[in-house]
Design a protein around this ligand. Sequence first.
Ligand code: PLP
Length: 489
Amino acid sequence: MSQYETPLFTGLLEHMKKNPIQFHIPGHKKGAGMDPQFRHFIGENALAIDLINIGPLDDLHQPKGIIKHAQELAAEAFGADYTFFSVQGTSGAIMTMVMSVAGPGDKIIVPRNVHKSVMSAIVFSGATPIFIHPEVDKDLGISHGVTPESVENALRQHPDAKGVLVINPTYFGIAGDLKKIVDIAHAYHVPVLVDEAHGVHIHFHERLPMSAMQAGADMAATSVHKLGGSMTQSSILNVREGLVSAKRVQAILSMLTTTSTSYLLLASLDVARKRLATEGRELAEKAIQLAEMIREQINQIPHLYCVGKEILGTTATYDYDPTKLIISVKELGLTGYDVENWLRQMYNIEVELSDLYNILCIITPGDTEKEADILITALRHLSEEFRHQADKGIKPKVLLPDIPSLAFTPRDAFYSDTEVVPFEKSAGRIIAEFVMVYPPGIPIFIPGEIITEENLAYIKKNLEVGLPVQGPEDDTLQTLRVIKEVQSL
Ligand SMILES: Cc1ncc(COP(=O)(O)O)c(C=O)c1O
């Protein structure tokens, strides 16, 4: 079969053309039984392929037909032995990776700045996380990946670990020396699991960081929906057999996946793979060139800094993805969140994320010079409007969350006897819930960690500037759920 073929999408179209009389779910029956306004908006074509795993359309839980062929083509395109489609985002694929290597009491080496899905899987599986501290960029106020040295250290101390999980590239597009990390872990016969949520495109262009499969990793959870042109929520899980078993991966993915898998999402993965495999390099080249042009222009604007190749040179900043525009705004005396709102109000621009010091804009093959020009014009205006603050030299001190100590495994903490205490009085207690800023969804606290004053201050700072702090049952953050302390008599 050739990479120009789309067995899943084509199979759906053929089925649709037969126009079968449907006595099965979805009950909207090609849209006829649906709210007319929504039907007109979404369109008949989309509703006609909003189907379910009836015989001719194969079954994601046990693929033998069109889904199997589509997954095989994806495996070939991504250089994997097997590719599994996920309709539950990269979060579902990440949970599958973790749960297929680590069970109750098993150790798994992970960076502390992991996405919440990694920690959720650790709670579900009962595994014990061995944290590696990511390298922190104190100037930008962001975390990068982990270094080969820190992976080697962790493995020397925990050679019985069942897996090493790394984020490559990070949300901000920074990559570590993945090949070296894989070689180190493999010398200990430990599989490497890659959170490749932000790197579907990197496999297809030599100027982008090395992909997980190119580096010889054992598994990679990859968001095709983020940067690869498929629909939101559709991702893939690439597997190289040897240290992990594809059959176990399939079984666990199936345990975690809805039985009502969306064929719209699955078909969009099939066509995105075709485009990446047949035109991915050209498309990435276009995005890289546009992003480089924007970066150059932004760096001519006073008081703004768009990160470029000068960030490279450490083992944590081994490579980077130039299509990610990290724009540091702190010199203007503004937070990233202020700038996000200003851009929304003044220019109808929506950024990918903002934090205390930066905004992140992503450039993809879907962008053109038109959007680029609007962004540059808006940033020039921003700099002009707030330069008086920069001229006064108001530069915020970069505040970063501490990594608290883990007193209980996340699962033990999550299922312990708990109580609610006032936020202000929670320092020193062991937290039983997650607290994170979303995006990027990296926990400030995970269940089992000892609450520190510094991290409470970091949460308050994020709340003060309006950033979305999520996770606790009490979303006003007046209280936190902590492990009950036994009173001594
Ligand atoms: C680093 C990282 N990993 C995993 C995910 C989860 O991906 P998804 O939203 O596809 O579930 C995200 C989402 O933003 C992420 O930033």
